[in-house]
Ligand binder design. Structure first.
Ligand code: SF4
Length: 83
């Protein structure tokens, strides 16, 4: 398994690290979509989600910027092993 630091050097990441939007925190500001529409979309009720197949894009500049700019800190990096 590869491991290292994410692009913003805030934590350890591995091949199992995925982006996840915590539905309990997301308040639907759509800032993630405005910054990184290739990685995030907004559902019919206005809440943010990760585009299918983009869960591992946390090292891309736009995605990192979106994560940093979520006002609710709802976008998280999680380990998916055993999930
Ligand atoms: S910026 Fe954060 S709070 Fe706003 S829609 Fe995206 S994940 Fe939800």
């Amino acid at each position: 398994m590869a491991s290292g630091r994410c692009g913003c050097a805030c934590r350890e990441v591995s091949d199992l690290t995925k982006i996840w939007v915590d539905p309990a925190r997301c308040q639907g500001h759509a800032r993630c979509f405005m910054i990184a529409p290739e990685t995030f979309y907004i559902d019919d009720e206005g809440y943010g989600h990760v585009v299918e197949g983009r869960e591992g894009a946390f090292e891309e500049e736009n995605t990192r910027k979106a994560i940093r700019n979520c006002p609710e800190r709802a976008i998280k990096l999680i380990e998916t092993e055993g999930v």
